[in-house]
Design a protein around this ligand. Structure first.
Ligand code: UDP
Ligand code: MG
Length: 317
């Protein structure tokens, strides 16, 4: 590489007034270190994407920008969620950097892993995933549920990088390709492995949040995981079909059994079995409808082609 790469660090921020000043300072130190070691250009910068925070986050970003112009910001008109805020940030820096690194505002991901990411990028890798070496700092509950989600996603045909959150480096070309994905149900961890290009992995230890609290309670995590699966795979529908076929075989066996009982004058009014089958078939029908409904809901959202975000303010100069 003849000239040093310009790196843009993109941070989605939702109610991060407590964490952001610490995070920005730490990231500037890391960037400065890389500049001094001739790894990156001194034009490298940080972009904070305010995801419609209801606290003083945007004020904090404004004052950080005042004190250091390497810290830039955009603000979404309202809260759209982590994935959309991140996409808005990435699409803002697209064309204004050689590579973008996305990281959460809470410094749970080790900032020093960026140095390895940049080194991999300079070796020619275009997408570098940050992967957690251990989850020791997460609670037992978070660890177990996260593990269960990854396993479920894999079984349902969704290809993601294990223990990789949204801490990753993407080249400007990877960002260009990402911009072509027009879907509204956004699940970046599923989309980015589909981009292809040469990829690499950097491992790091995950820490506690520096400040503030998690914006991902179990309910959000659950809906995130279901969204991930239904946005990328039609395997649940296939499973319903398989279940239906299995029931068909059972029905034939049941028909034979009932006929034998009937002709053998042995047919006692089978209240129990009748009730059981009514309940069982009722629940299967409902599950089937639920799964089909999930996809129809997605089609409904996609056909509207609504803009996925709208940036109301810019702090870029
Ligand atoms: N975040 C966001 N919009 C939201 C929720 C979260 O931009 O609606 C950001 C948040 O500020 C943080 C990142 O997404 O930078 C990850 O959130 P968090 O750390 O709360 O999730 P956890 O690490 O607990 O899964
Ligand atoms: Mg976090």
């Amino acid at each position: 590489m003849n000239s040093l790469p310009v790196i843009a660090v993109v941070i989605p921020c939702y109610n991060e007034e407590a964490a952001l000043p610490i995070t920005a300072k730490q990231l500037l130190t890391t960037l400065q270190g890389m500049v001094e070691n001739d790894l990156i250009s001194s034009d490298s910068y940080i972009l904070c994407c305010n995801d419609g925070s209801v606290d003083r986050t945007w004020k904090v970003i404004e004052s950080l920008h005042q004190s250091d112009h390497r810290i830039k910001g955009v603000s979404l008109a309202h809260n759209r969620g982590h994935q959309y805020a991140l996409l808005a940030g990435l699409m803002t820096v697209r064309g204004h950097c050689d590579a973008a690194i996305s990281i959460d505002a809470d410094l749970q991901d080790d900032v020093n892993a960026m140095i390895d990411m940049v080194k991999r990028f300079r070796e020619g890798y275009e997408i570098v995933y940050g992967v957690r070496a251990s989850r020791a700092s997460d609670s037992w509950f978070k660890r177990t549920t996260a593990r269960a989600f990854y396993t479920l996603q894999k079984k349902m045909g969704l290809d993601t990088v294990y223990d990789h959150a949204d801490y990753r480096l993407m080249s400007n070309r990877a960002l260009d390709i990402l911009s072509e994905y027009g879907e509204s149900n956004l699940f970046l961890r599923g989309i980015i492995p589909q981009i292809g290009l040469s990829t690499s992995i950097v491992t790091y230890d995950r820490h506690e949040r520096v400040a503030g609290e998690s914006k991902y309670p179990l309910k959000k995590m659950l809906s995130f995981s279901i969204d991930g699966i239904t946005s990328f795979s039609s395997r649940p529908i296939r499973m319903i079909l398989a279940l239906g076929l299995m029931l068909l075989v059972l029905d034939v066996a049941m028909g034979i059994y009932v006929s034998i009982a009937y002709f053998g004058h042995d047919a006692i009014p089978g209240w129990t079995s009748l009730m059981l089958s009514v309940w069982f078939l009722g629940s299967i029908t409902l599950i089937g409808l639920g799964v089909v409904g999930e996809y129809i809901g997605k089609i409904f959202v996609e056909v509207k082609h609504r803009p996925r975000y709208y940036i109301s303010e810019y702090l870029i100069d």
